[in-house]
Design a binder for this molecule. Structure first.
Ligand SMILES: NC(=O)C1=CN([C@@H]2O[C@H](COP(=O)(O)OP(=O)(O)OC[C@H]3O[C@@H](n4cnc5c(N)ncnc54)[C@H](O)[C@@H]3O)[C@@H](O)[C@H]2O)C=CC1
Ligand SMILES: O=C(O)[C@H]1O[C@H](OP(=O)(O)OP(=O)(O)OC[C@H]2O[C@@H](n3ccc(=O)[nH]c3=O)[C@H](O)[C@@H]2O)[C@H](O)[C@@H](O)[C@@H]1O
Length: 458
């Protein structure tokens, strides 16, 4: 099939590359010329496991190209994905400007003698399928002066559940595919597109072998509103699960229990499940905060007070503040203290800094006049580019960051950090203080070595 993807970011690029690997003709449309150029040279503009190999293959096979010019590709498309960003506005509502622009552009280039399925893959507020339909029609009217003929296109919802760092794996082996559509023909076309994934009939790439036991991927077909709501409900539930673990951690810390054992103890109950129960400095990333805020905004639009969702948000904010509180308890004043910070990315496996807990902590440390020395295996370039005015120092290695520091803060649980012996860290620190925001070290060993160790909930 001919597939066009608007937005070559984390979602659009990975989705496009995987669909090209499945032998669909994919054109990625982006407004950022440097991204388009990099993709065409098979250079991933983002850090994502397996993406470089995949891009090389699909560029060589000729199944994927990136462009800033949507005209031909849109006109000849069977399916057009909208995967542009939907960042939050100050009041919590998502900014739909990019979706609006993409929809208008699509409308301007649709032909009258074909049928098109336009798919909202970006996370958009409930009811957006109607809105996108209206904007596409506006684009067509702007160009041709009359409304688009009935039946030429329909908008479907196909929310995305991939995680950064495992995005290609999650696209090839998703837990489920959700399709919301108002027309059977659109649904059939989308099922055709995804058939190799649904039936797992493709040849798995060498660096991402098929996990054992996967034979078929569950498919949910539903109306568009329910599909849109599934996306928000999924992210709201996952972030609530983490905030629950963090609330339990705060209680554990007070009563003297260990959160890691407590969560293991409840996670083995199959009704609860063991995933997403890691307590720490809280969730970050481009979506949990944004999507939770958007769902809260939607609920309030209808006069409903979503108390549980607001608590999920509140616990997460407090969790980040807790890092500074622990540090002040150990060091008292932070003025002029050298604080080593391990990990900038919002989680391991990515260079993404969007809403990373490290950012709030660094801002507060700078506000308190501490000297901040950071190390991250992949996200330092992004940090330099995105926060050039922040007065922080970049270390050449994790150990170089702790040399002569008054405390170490662990913000991201990169594997390289886990492998560094506590004794080595201890020998380099000026004061033996470690605030382990991701519970990667063994508290008993730390205490044997004389380290003032503060984990989260243990
Ligand atoms: N990042 C993630 O892990 C996930 C993101 N999502 C959702 O997917 C959507 C996209 O997110 P990301 O890929 O992270 O965003 P991103 O910011 O990485 O990429 C968005 C891309 O859209 C491009 N763009 C903006 N306006 C455009 C236009 N008019 N035409 C063509 N391209 C345009 C931008 O230049 C950028 O390259 C968001 O709604 C997000 O909530 C959903 C699941 C996972
Ligand atoms: O809508 C989205 O953008 C995506 O958001 C998340 O994916 P992602 O943000 O890539 O990362 P996660 O692995 O979910 O982690 C999010 C945050 O939660 C934190 N986390 C995760 C798990 C846990 O047990 N504890 C915890 O603090 C991570 O450190 C990270 O800061 C969801 O997991 C995806 O299903 C969804 O598609």
């Amino acid at each position: 099939m001919n597939v066009v993807v608007f937005g070559a970011g984390y979602v659009g690029l990975v989705t496009g590359a995987v669909l090209a690997e499945l032998e669909h003709h994919v054109t990625l449309i982006d407004v950022d010329p440097s991204k388009v150029a990099m993709i065409n040279q098979a250079q991933p503009p983002i850090f994502e496991y397996g993406l470089e190999n995949l891009l090389q293959r699909v560029r060589q096979s000729g199944m994927l190209e990136a462009s800033m010019d949507p005209s031909q590709a849109v006109q000849n498309a069977d399916i057009i994905f909208i995967a542009v960003g939907t960042p939050p506005l100050p009041d919590g509502a998502p900014n739909l400007d990019y979706v609006h622009q993409a929809a208008m552009t699509i409308g301007q280039h649709l032909g009258e003698n074909r049928t098109y399925v336009i798919v909202n893959k970006a996370t958009v507020p409930i009811g957006s399928a109607n809105l996108v339909e209206m904007w596409i029609d506006d684009g067509f009217v702007q160009k041709w002066g009359h409304p688009i003929p009935e039946g030429v296109f329909t908008v479907a919802s196909n929310p995305e559940f991939l995680r950064e760092g495992t995005a290609i794996h999650d696209t090839l082996y998703p837990d489920r595919i959700v399709l919301g559509a108002d027309h059977a023909w659109a649904l059939e076309r989308l099922i055709d597109l995804y058939q190799p994934i649904l039936d797992q009939t493709f040849e798995p790439p060498g660096d991402l072998p098929r996990p054992l036991g996967i034979q078929r991927i569950p498919l949910i077909t539903t109306d568009r509103l329910s599909a849109e709501m599934i996306k928000y409900a999924a992210n709201a539930f996952l972030s609530t699960k983490i905030s629950f673990a963090n609330e339990m951690a705060n209680i554990c810390e007070r009563v003297g229990a260990d959160i890691t054992t407590v969560m293991q103890g409840i996670g083995l109950d199959t009704r609860i499940g063991s995933k997403f129960l890691n307590a720490g400095i809280g969730w970050g990333g481009s979506c949990f905060g944004k999507d939770l805020a958007a769902l809260i905004y939607t609920a309030k639009e209808y006069g409903y007070e979503p108390a549980l969702l607001e608590s999920t948000q509140h616990v997460n904010i407090q969790q980040r503040k807790g890092v500074i509180k622990r540090l002040q308890e150990e060091l008292k004043t932070l003025k002029g203290r050298r604080i080593a910070l391990w990990g900038l990315a919002f989680k391991p496996g990515t260079d993404d800094l969007r809403d990373a807990p490290s950012l709030s902590v660094i801002q507060e440390l700078l506000h308190l006049n501490a000297r901040v020395i950071v190390y991250d295996p992949v996200a330092m370039d992004n940090m330099r580019k995105q926060y050039p005015h922040w007065d922080i120092r970049y270390a050449s290695s994790a150990l170089a960051a702790v040399d002569g520091a008054h405390a170490l803060l662990v913000m991201t649980e990169w594997d390289v950090f886990r492998q560094i012996p506590l004794a080595e860290i201890m020998s380099r620190l000026d004061f033996p203080v470690i605030i382990d925001g991701r519970n990667i070290f063994d508290p008993q060993e730390a205490s044997r070595l004389g380290i003032r160790y503060r984990g989260i909930g243990r």
